[in-house]
Design a protein around this ligand. Structure first.
Ligand code: NBY
Length: 817
């Protein structure tokens, strides 16, 4: 029975150069009726992708057959966003054939890097939340864990960003235009999803009450599967993304093209908002669509195993990534009750055992609420079940907890359905994404629930896939690590710790500096090619990359830059080490204030970069269209990592971990995972500044912050703010005023002015420290050495043990790697 698992092999030696070229040649011939030598890059990329897929398909089948044969418990990670980026090199690395393929292509004078660049980023996510889901997919497969992704195959991913006159312009992301070589469409696994209509109860022939639905709109959910290749372990898991189609039986039912369009376009675009939960009908329909399709396919799988229902929670775990998939809870209830006549009590018991939920934010505007009328109208059966969950919740808590507490925690309040409340009540686990964040959930945001269900709350600090964020994106550093500490870190990120033994070794420090320099030169070249700006590659590369949001305080960074600018102008002799400030950030298209900040950064860049008196001392580069692929270029070249959100607002952050792993030194507030980074590297190896979370809350409590007072009493703040409205910065009449108003008129919601001096002071220390190259390099080494603790492999193992109760495939067969 365990036989087949032994056949699974991964890693080096999987295929020889000769075999690979033979396969590739065959594919080019079959797909395009030409020879490798005559193929365009595009054709070659697709043929190579097909070849690679052919290599892992057997393992994909075997992995699946083993899960089936062993009936292993599986986790299904439901996420409305996945952000894998490009897959070619990641698949090659994980299959252990990166070098073989590189060398094979070289025989035809083809550079693997050029081919890899042909692939379009798969950008079906906004930012941290979506990228985390993809790091987890990589880590789950690489840890040999039985886990699958479930999401939406958007026709258009996150918009492409361009700057026109310094303004953000959004263009559609046509990532599927040339086809997607990695996906497999599975018509045989398509399911129907029902919307709207009238739902009521009626006695069935067996006398029991049954649910009858009339006038529903029925849509077809077609799955497209992508293999998630584990790192040198022969495992290939599945990310299943659903696409909408109109079933042929329904064709005639639409009254108008407009009406049809709404449904046809259900999976057309990703909502580009990473912070505001907007109550849009289509968004709700998207949520239900992938939830219902996913749960149906899970139940179909479970039925195959032929077990009684009470075994469900021993075979299946369902993870709800933020509240967007929270309808998993009523949908599983519906299927169990309506389709299989399971009692409410048993269905509820199973549902809460199966479900778990991660919260990614404390920002009130991001907490999802749906108007009851919308739920009632578009998903009437969901509404009925949610109402009943809510009713039973209130009844079960009465007499145990006081009425006010129950009112504050129930699901339906006034005209709204609170999705986080549904997710917490209907699951057995709620976790935050960094220690501080999880503590704040317990103490503040979800405190009421914590008093009711203390045992459900736990922390799972985020992690990153070091395969993509170090092995793939930073080959020079990876080589230095191999030479210095051996290669075990490639499988076991914790082994990066071995580097600590070399913190005083001048040769190693020198090698690390060289590796960094190489990546800085590559980035400098890219900057010149894409923006025309010439930067000095020996300057400090100071990086802030993340979505544009007021709480992340890109504006604080800009205030400091302006301070430096004025200082240099006044005193060209000032001892400021040359610095390049690099930004990458998209603003939600509807987020006007964030867009104003982009405009202002671009105008300041324009002013400073063209100022002859400044020269090389200060350059500002806002790279357009920040995405996974651009992150892979920027992060390895960074000297400084800006993590300057207002304490308590950033749930975790993950770019902080990626930058640290690549030897950047962090300047940060004690927010999110920055706190744990500080604990890992020690106070001497990070620049911490600003209000703590407790001080921020004290201000809220005492309501005694006055931004205007800072402005009136701090001459530098005065000077810098005036520049926004006195014409010193050209072309920002409207935006400059808007920003000054937000700071002075509306009292600076995110305490930029309060933290300004502390930030500048930390920046000055950093500037000083950089000039002692050995000291800086040692600090950088210590950051790299301690970054292993933020590995996604470690994080998903914690989820697997504490929340999902799943085991690696190899644990079952007692087969080590
Ligand atoms: O999740 C991010 C957090 O801001 C970041 O601190 C954390 O590291 C990361 C992973 O845990 N949250 C995030 O990316 N959120 C979204 O993208 C998002 C998207 C949509 C909506 C809300 C948030 N929405 O309301 O529709």
């Amino acid at each position: 029975m365990f036989q087949s698992v032994f056949v699974i092999k991964g890693g080096k030696g999987m295929i020889t150069k000769k075999q690979l070229i033979k396969e590739l040649r065959k594919n080019v011939q079959e797909m395009y009726a030409i020879e490798i030598e005559d193929a365009t890059e595009q054709e070659l990329f697709f043929s190579l992708g097909t070849t690679i897929k052919g290599i892992y398909n057997k393992n994909w089948q075997k992995t699946w057959n083993n899960y089936l044969a062993e009936e292993q418990k599986q986790v299904y990670y439901f996420s409305i966003e996945f952000l894998p980026g490009k897959l070619l090199k990641s698949n090659l690395l994980n299959l252990g054939i990166l070098e073989v393929v590189r060398e094979s292509l070289a025989e035809f004078s083809v550079d693997l890097e050029d081919l890899a660049a042909v692939e379009k980023d798969m950008a079906l996510g906004n930012g941290g939340l979506g990228r985390l889901a993809s790091c987890f997919m990589d880590a789950i497969a690489s840890s040999g864990l039985p886990g699958n992704g479930n999401g939406i195959r958007y026709d258009y991913g996150l918009f492409k960003q361009q700057f026109v006159d310094g303004y953000q312009v959004e263009l559609p992301d046509e990532w599927l235009r040339n086809g997607n070589v990695w996906e497999i469409r599975r018509d045989s696994k398509a399911v129907n999803v029902h919307f709207g209509g009238d739902v009521y109860m009626q006695p069935k022939s067996n006398g029991k009450l049954g649910v009858v639905a009339e006038n529903e709109t029925i849509l077809r959910a077609v799955p497209y599967d992508t293999g998630m290749v584990g790192f040198e372990n022969g495992i290939v898991n599945t990310m299943r993304l659903w696409s909408v189609e109109i079933p042929s039986s329904e064709e005639g039912k639409y009254r108008s093209i407009e009406e049809r369009r709404v449904f046809e376009d259900l999976t057309a675009v990703l909502y580009p908002d990473d912070s505001n939960a907007r109550g849009r009908l289509i968004r709700l329909a998207q949520e239900y669509f992938f939830v219902s399709a996913g749960i149906q396919s899970i139940i179909r799988y479970f039925k195959k195993l032929n077990h009684p229902w009470h075994v469900l929670s021993e075979k299946v775990a369902i993870h709800i990534n933020d509240t967007h998939p929270a309808l998993c809870i009523p949908e599983l209830m519906r299927i169990l009750m309506d389709e299989y006549e399971v009692s409410w009590e048993q269905a509820w018991d199973l549902t809460s055992k199966v479900m778990s939920y991660t919260n990614h934010t404390i920002m009130a505007e991001a907490l999802e609420k749906w108007p009851t009328y919308l739920m009632k109208r578009s998903l009437p059966r969901m509404y009925q079940i949610i109402k009943e969950i809510d009713r039973r919740y209130v009844v079960s808590m009465s007499g145990i907890h006081d009425a006010a507490l129950i009112e504050r925690t129930r699901i339906i309040q006034g005209e709204d359905i609170h999705m986080a409340n549904l997710a917490i009540i209907g699951s057995h686990s709620t976790n935050g994404v960094a220690k501080l964040h999880s503590d704040l959930l317990k103490a503040v945001v979800l405190h009421d629930f914590y008093t009711i269900y203390p045992e459900r709350f736990n922390n799972k600090t985020n992690g990153i896939a070091q395969r993509r964020w170090l092995q793939l994106s930073n080959e020079p550093l990876s080589r230095v690590l191999d030479e210095t500490i051996g290669k075990s870190w490639r499988h076991e990120p914790a082994d990066l710790k071995l580097l600590m033994n070399y913190q005083n070794d001048p040769i190693v420090l020198e090698k690390l500096a060289k590796a960094k320099q190489q990546k800085k030169e590559e980035l400098a070249k890219y900057i010149q090619e894409t923006t025309g700006i010439i930067v000095n590659p020996t300057a400090i590369f100071d990086v802030q990359i993340k979505r544009l949001h007021a709480y992340k305080r890109q504006l604080l960074n800009l205030l400091h830059i302006l301070k430096l600018y004025f200082e240099i102008k006044e005193n060209p002799q000032a001892s400021i080490y040359p610095r390049v400030f690099i930004f990458g950030a998209k603003a939600a298209p509807s987020y006007a204030y964030a867009k104003s900040i982009i405009k202002v950064i671009n105008e300041v860049a324009n002013l400073v970069n063209h100022d002859q008196t400044i020269g090389d001392k200060l350059k500002i580069v806002f790279l357009p269209n920040y995405n996974v692929s651009l992150a892979e270029k920027i992060i390895p070249a960074a000297d400084v990592s800006e993590q300057i959100s207002l304490a308590s607002k950033e749930a975790s952050g993950t770019s902080n971990m990626k930058l640290m792993l690549n030897g950047a030194i962090t300047i940060a507030t004690l927010d999110g995972a920055n706190v744990e980074i500080r604990d890992a590297v020690g106070d001497e190896n990070i620049y911490i500044f600003g209000l703590t979370e407790a001080e921020v809350y004290a201000y809220y409590e005492n309501k005694n912050y006055s931004a205007r007072e800072v402005y009136e009493t701090n001459p530098i703040v005065h000077r810098v703010l005036n520049a926004f409205v006195d014409g010193s910065i050209p072309n920002i009449e409207r935006e400059g005023q808007e920003i000054v108003d937000s700071l002075l008129l509306y009292n600076d919601e995110y305490f930029l002015l309060r933290d300004f001096d502390a930030y500048c002071e930390a920046q000055a220390r950093l500037n000083q420290a950089y000039q002692d190259a050995t000291h800086w390099q040692k600090c950088s080494l210590i950051n790299i050495a301690n970054a292993g603790t933020f590995s996604a492999d470690k994080t998903v193992k914690q989820y697997a043990e504490d929340i999902w109760q799943i085991e690696p495939l190899f644990a079952h067969t007692h087969q080590g790697r």
